[in-house]
Design a protein around this ligand. Structure first.
Ligand SMILES: [Zn+2]
Length: 158
């Protein structure tokens, strides 16, 4: 299937953000990390498991009337590393951004272990998590060295 027909699956939006090339099955976590849920009033389109040229299948999320910030993109790296983001203004692409997952994630999520030193309010320190492997994603706390469960981690966004 060509890229063009994938684009047609979701109607064009006037203003907002398109997140493409989300690893298949990741779209719901993307919405969770962006706090898009029942209370969201802007139109949101979700496409899951469409053919991708890059690898197998992918998900796409379109959020109207909202431009994602760099902080939000950094969060998305947890669940959508390698995804591409387009900011749309007046029906055309105004900005193209990539979601890149680095070797370290700083001040995006909290370590999921309650006895970790980062959970102590008297020890204010940066929340640092090390990325050991990107595929499959393996993350470890910089301080307590414990491996992090991705499902739990997504709940721990700062
Ligand atoms: Zn920790």
């Amino acid at each position: 299937m060509s890229n063009e027909s994938n684009m047609r699956r979701v109607t064009a939006i006037r203003n907002g953000t398109v997140i493409d090339h989300i690893p298949a099955g990741g779209a719901l976590r993307v919405l969770e990390l962006l706090n898009i849920g029942k209370d969201t009033s802007v139109p949101v389109s979700l496409v899951m498991n469409v053919p991708s040229k890059r690898k197998g299948t992918k998900d796409i999320v379109k959020v109207e009337d909202r431009e994602l910030t760099q902080t939000e993109l950094d969060r998305l790296a947890l669940v959508a590393g390698g995804a591409s983001v387009a900011i749309i203004r007046a029906y055309s692409v105004a900005e193209k951004l990539e979601i890149a997952l680095g070797d370290e994630i700083v001040d995006v999520v909290r370590c999921t272990f309650s006895n970790c030193i980062t959970q102590n309010p008297r020890e204010p320190m940066a929340h640092r998590l090390r990325v050991l492997s990107k595929d499959p994603l393996q993350i470890r706390c910089h301080y307590c060295r414990r491996p992090q469960d991705l499902d739990k981690l997504v709940q721990n966004v700062i």
